[in-house]
Design a protein around this ligand. Sequence first.
Ligand code: CA
Length: 232
Amino acid sequence: MSNSLILVVEDDFSVRNLMKTTLKANGYRFLLSETGNSAVMETASHNPDIMLLDLGLPDIDGVEVIKKIRTWSNMPIIVISARSEDTDKIAALDAGADDYLTKPFSVDELLARLRATERRLEYMLGINGESHIFVNGDLKIDYPAGCAYLKGVQLHLTPIEYKLLCLFSKNIGKVLTHTYITQQIWGRTSDGDIASLRVYMAALRKKLENKENSVSYIQTHIGIGYRMFKVV
Ligand code: CA
């Protein structure tokens, strides 16, 4: 049973009720907000561990809520939206959301996302700020040495592939959009950069996910971006 405090921001009564019941049944503590402004206030006064945020709110847009909160807090934000358009998800992720769920979602899926976010939080808290070695399952990165290893065997990565791997490792569990990644790697975003990114990602994944190592470290979000998983 978890002890995390979850802030649910949702104006739809039935969805809010479903979330409330689910969280209660699974031992979570929770707070409920129906508007964007009250979500910002609740965050400031109660410092929740994770926010579940609907994007379509009656007062301010969910993306605005994320922008406001990101000025002072790194609390994980999982966007939950009925909008199926990728542009809304991308805007939310670029504003600093960590993950997203599309309505209608299953209760199991919601709980799985919460557990994944909690694992990431624990992992981030467990990392000493001075830690120079990243470990995720069989993957190890020695940042000062500029080397990555899989099952103890050094990976032969190009400079861009290595840069990408470090970017994912430093944002483990978080969905990174194409725009964010190309900005970080090349300092710009054009259609050409996004096309190159696909090629580099395919090459990197091939090196990380060979036959003997069936673990999938990097997940593709079609039309949105990529995420590195925390391997359990
Ligand atoms: Ca709504």
